[in-house]
Design a binder for this molecule. Structure first.
Ligand SMILES: NC(=O)c1ccc[n+]([C@@H]2O[C@H](COP(=O)([O-])OP(=O)(O)OC[C@H]3O[C@@H](n4cnc5c(N)ncnc54)[C@H](O)[C@@H]3O)[C@@H](O)[C@H]2O)c1
Ligand SMILES: CC(=O)N[C@@H]1[C@@H](OP(=O)(O)OP(=O)(O)OC[C@H]2O[C@@H](n3ccc(=O)[nH]c3=O)[C@H](O)[C@@H]2O)O[C@H](CO)[C@@H](O)[C@@H]1O
Length: 506
């Protein structure tokens, strides 16, 4: 029934799925019929599309966020997350249908909801330790409204054992419930910005790890209504937490391999990217793309989630982090050397950085390599300018340049860090001869007089310089200037439509 005073549905009118004695078909009908209110805590790049997807399945979602502007925008049927296909339309339709609303009142939401989905930031501290303070705050708020039969689902990435050793006991302690009166599960979001609804809807199987079999069964029912792909129920929540982290560790280590190989280009005198692309033409090799660094709040952070929870050393994880964190400095060093080859001192040079966010089209700068590159160039005495269509570069230590001002600029060098699609419109021929470090190998500067250094391809620049030929016309054997058959990008960003402008399939 609806409480006359608050207008909020009361517990009597809703169904708790955990430990329910309803038949499976009746549980499903209750869920899809809106009698299982779902609270989604965190309405950011990941949480907002998730709340919308949950609303399509359950028809009764309370989005919860501490940012009143986010809540106001959702309740107005608007989408504050950029570049997510179909999400604006879905939010507008779901809010209009009364199936999605938002609030800043976490405790009110917790009191009403029977399923609690947590997808808030889980960053790392300056000391590289997991910072679960936001998760802890949400757990405390959820506990104020937790009821027998409720299900708590953690989707944001956490260190191994967090769900079993922290979330469940803490909820019991604060709510006064026994641990077997409610369900806890870890069901990692496997979502990439720019394709969130596609990923949530079933681009990949959904991983489910319950602290007990009943919690896993409830998640199997729920995600069976959201994800059209397989639901992979693993042994327990810790296994599911490890699955999510292992995906990221694999990526960080493999990007580090590509980066280390790229730094050998000069010594080997080869085009490393060509060698990688060709090596990847057989199925037992998937070397990723070298680049100026690894950003975002996933890949560079997950190794620390694991390292913080194990006693033994993890030399491979540690070293991969060192290699990837060394790439911004390597990029600055290469730019300095290329300037030197042109008789230009980095001290006093005017350098334009292209791309401040960590990935094209994603408004996210956490751990972005552009930030240490800006800092490194300034430390070398350069005047650093930056252009980015999504963020204000002046907030990251550079002098901001608008996209339409680039051609009027007078620079000694430019460095491509993140190739937003807006950069395709840049007219490089309008710029006087530059030293260009193309960190993502996404520029086509054929016919210009710029001195181009592509990460991992030192030989092309040296040889072209030696013969005066245009580096890209140097090869006629289908070399890196032409896209390799595999489509393996040499444009950075290997991953399923990873959004790095690569188009590569890795
Ligand atoms: N974005 C990705 O590509 C990605 C990829 C993998 C994993 N993840 C996981 O998803 C989590 C969320 O990522 P995101 O990109 O949505 O983050 P985000 O920064 O875009 O959004 C986080 C949202 O949480 C809100 N918030 C902060 N504290 C809160 C609280 N106490 N209660 C309720 N809401 C609160 C913020 O206001 C913000 O709207 C990440 O921390 C990570 O664990 C994200
Ligand atoms: C569901 C989920 O958790 N999804 C994650 C999300 O991760 P993400 O948003 O952090 O994006 P990433 O693509 O991992 O890029 C991170 C940084 O690494 C650089 N990079 C990348 C590849 C490469 O070959 N060389 C590089 O240098 C790149 O420039 C950027 O700075 O999507 C990926 C699929 O795209 C997934 O695999 C990954 O689990």
């Amino acid at each position: 029934m609806v409480d006359a005073a608050t207008g909020v549905e009361t517990e009597a009118d809703t169904v708790g799925l955990y430990g329910s004695d309803l038949r499976p078909a009746d549980r499903r009908e209750a869920f899809t019929g809106g009698r299982v209110p779902v609270a989604v805590y965190g309405l950011g790049k990941m949480g907002l599309p998730l709340a919308a997807a949950y609303s399509e399945a359950s028809n009764n979602v309370i989005g919860v966020d501490v940012n009143p502007d986010v809540v106001e925008s959702v309740n107005a049927g608007e989408c504050h997350v950029d570049n997510e296909p179909d999400l604006p339309e879905l939010i507008a339709e779901r809010v209009e249908a009364g199936a999605l609303r938002a609030t800043t009142d976490l405790q009110e939401a917790a009191a009403e909801a029977r399923v609690h989905v947590v997808i808030v930031p889980t960053p790392i501290t300056d000391e590289k330790e997991p910072d679960l303070s936001i998760l802890e705050a949400v757990v405390e708020d959820v506990a104020t409204g937790l009821k027998p039969g409720d299900q708590v689902i953690v989707e944001c990435t956490v260190p191994p054992r967090t769900s079993a050793d922290y979330v469940r006991p803490r909820l019991a302690e604060l709510s006064g419930l026994d641990e077997d009166e409610f369900g806890v599960a870890f069901c990692p979001e496997r979502t990439s910005s720019g394709r969130a609804l596609q990923d949530i809807g079933g681009a990949y199987p959904k991983v489910v790890g319950g602290v007990d079999a009943e919690a896993a069964a409830v998640c199997e029912l729920i995600y069976g209504e959201i994800n059209s792909n397989d639901i992979l129920v693993v042994s327990d929540a810790t296994t599911a937490e490890s699955v999510k982290l292992f995906e990221g560790l694999y990526r960080d280590v493999n990007i580090a391999l590509a980066n280390e190989l790229a730094t050998l280009a000069d010594d080997l005198g080869i085009d490393v990217v060509e060698a990688i692309d060709v090596a990847n033409t057989q199925p037992f090799c998937e070397i990723h793309d070298p680049g100026p660094g690894v950003g975002g709040h996933c890949i560079p952070w997950y190794p620390y989630f694991v390292m913080s929870r194990v006693e033994r050393d993890t030399p491979l994880l540690r070293t991969a982090r060192e290699v990837n964190d060394g790439m911004p400095g390597y990029t600055v060093d290469q730019l300095t050397a290329e300037l030197g080859a042109e008789g230009v001192d980095a001290d006093g040079a005017r350098v334009l950085v292209l791309g401040v966010t960590y990935r094209p089209g994603v408004k996210e700068t956490r751990a972005s390599p552009a930030i240490p590159i800006i800092e490194g160039l300034k430390a070398a005495g350069a005047e650093v300018y930056a252009v980015d269509p999504m963020v204000d570069p002046s907030e990251y230590g550079a002098t901001a340049v608008d996209l339409d001002e680039v051609a009027d600029g007078d620079y000694d060098a430019a460095v491509m860090v993140t190739h937003h699609e807006e950069f395709d419109a840049l007219d490089w021929s309008a710029l006087d001869d530059l030293v260009v470090v193309d960190g993502r190998r996404t520029l086509d500067l054929d016919g210009t007089d710029h001195r181009v250094y592509e990460l991992g391809r030192a030989r092309r620049a040296d040889a072209a310089q030696a013969t005066g030929a245009d580096a890209t016309t140097m090869r006629t054997d289908g070399g890196p200037g032409e896209r390799s058959e595999s489509g393996a990008g040499s444009e950075g960003g290997r991953g399923p439509e990873s959004g790095d402008g690569s188009g590569s399939s890795r």
